[in-house]
Design a binder for this molecule. Structure first.
Ligand code: F6P
Length: 306
């Protein structure tokens, strides 16, 4: 029988910095509580709303609290910001911590009542600075809470997938994940009536070429689909009334772009690489085309058309 490889061993043997190992392990512990809460927790409203005016479900609030407390406990984080927090929260235990962390505690939380897969997305930046381009990230990871809980991480040395077993341990399922140069599925976000004509032409191209529709409504689940099927494209484009689209750079796009690039894919806003964007605002949004290289390149061609 093949030997099980635990997360701790994988991090150690891949030469990950000791402090970063500790941070990722703490986050993996936090995710176990979140996975458990999703299975057993309440689904009502918490009665508060976040910076973007969305209702927070109790599970969002709980997931946010679990991660925040874990990060605080490490003493390794000088600044942290989450999609559910109203602004930057500094970690009081160690303002000299070597990392800053941005996270979306429960991505796709509007799907909880539909019992579909949702996730937690995390970006780790070096130093005491949140507003940095995504290419500076030292780690990115997401947890997927589906029929099985999974962890996908990169520290800049490939993208690796772990699944949670019965004993609540993350076990390596696949390391150095490699997307194919092209895929056969597409996940198109945003209301069709609000698409620009250039974007609509790109989607027509995909449909005319036999791509199958796969869109769940949770970014983490849709990215995980690309990873599991080794290709395809996800897009949440610029809209006629919202040229930055919907998804947030710091909490969603930077970490997923890092993970997908490390798996041999690409991520662009249509004209430039996501990881090269210099953020100026915590809540900055961007259009996104992410997945295998061919589709992202073709999206760029359509978006440049006059
Ligand atoms: O940003 C939150 C989010 O739920 C993502 O997880 C998802 O990709 C997107 O919004 C779905 O948006 P829409 O409901 O417009 O398709």
């Amino acid at each position: 029988m093949a030997k099980l490889i635990y997360l701790m061993r994988h991090l150690r043997e891949s030469g990950t910095d000791r402090k970063l190992q500790q941070l990722i392990l703490e986050l993996s512990e936090a995710s176990k509580y979140i996975a458990h809460a999703i299975k057993t927790g309440e689904m009502g409203y918490a009665g508060t709303s976040n910076l973007y005016g969305e209702y927070q479900l109790t599970l969002d609030v709980l997931a946010d609290k679990i991660i925040k407390e874990r990060l605080d406990h490490t003493g390794l984080v000088s600044y942290m910001i989450s999609e559910e927090m109203n602004g930057v929260t500094s970690s009081h235990k160690n303002s000299m911590g070597p990392y800053s962390v941005c996270y979306d505690p429960l991505d796709g939380s509007s799907l909880i009542d539909a019992n579909l897969s949702i996730g937690t997305i995390i970006s780790v930046m070096p130093g005491k600075q949140i507003l940095q381009p995504g290419k500076n990230q030292v780690a990115a990871l997401y947890f997927l809470y589906g029929p099985r809980a999974a962890l996908i991480y990169t520290v800049g040395n490939g993208t690796h997938l772990f699944v949670l077993n019965d004993a609540y341990e993350y076990i390596l399922q696949e390391e150095y994940i490699t997307l194919n140069g092209f895929g056969n599925t597409y996940a198109p976000g945003g209301l069709k009536q609000k698409w620009t004509s250039k974007h609509a032409m790109f989607i027509h191209y995909l449909e005319d070429n036999g791509y199958k529709l796969r869109y769940s409504g949770a970014f983490a689940a849709d990215i995980n689909h690309l990873i599991a099927k080794k290709g395809g494209v996800f897009t949440y484009p610029a809209l006629k009334d919202e040229e930055s689209g919907k998804l947030r750079l710091l909490f969603e796009l930077f970490p997923m772009a890092f993970i997908i690039e490390q798996a041999g894919g690409a991520a662009s806003n249509g004209t430039m690489r996501i990881l090269d964007i210099e953020p100026s605002d915590f809540s900055q949004r961007s259009p996104i085309y992410i997945g295998s290289k061919k589709e992202v390149r073709i999206a760029g061609k359509y978006l440049k058309k006059i």
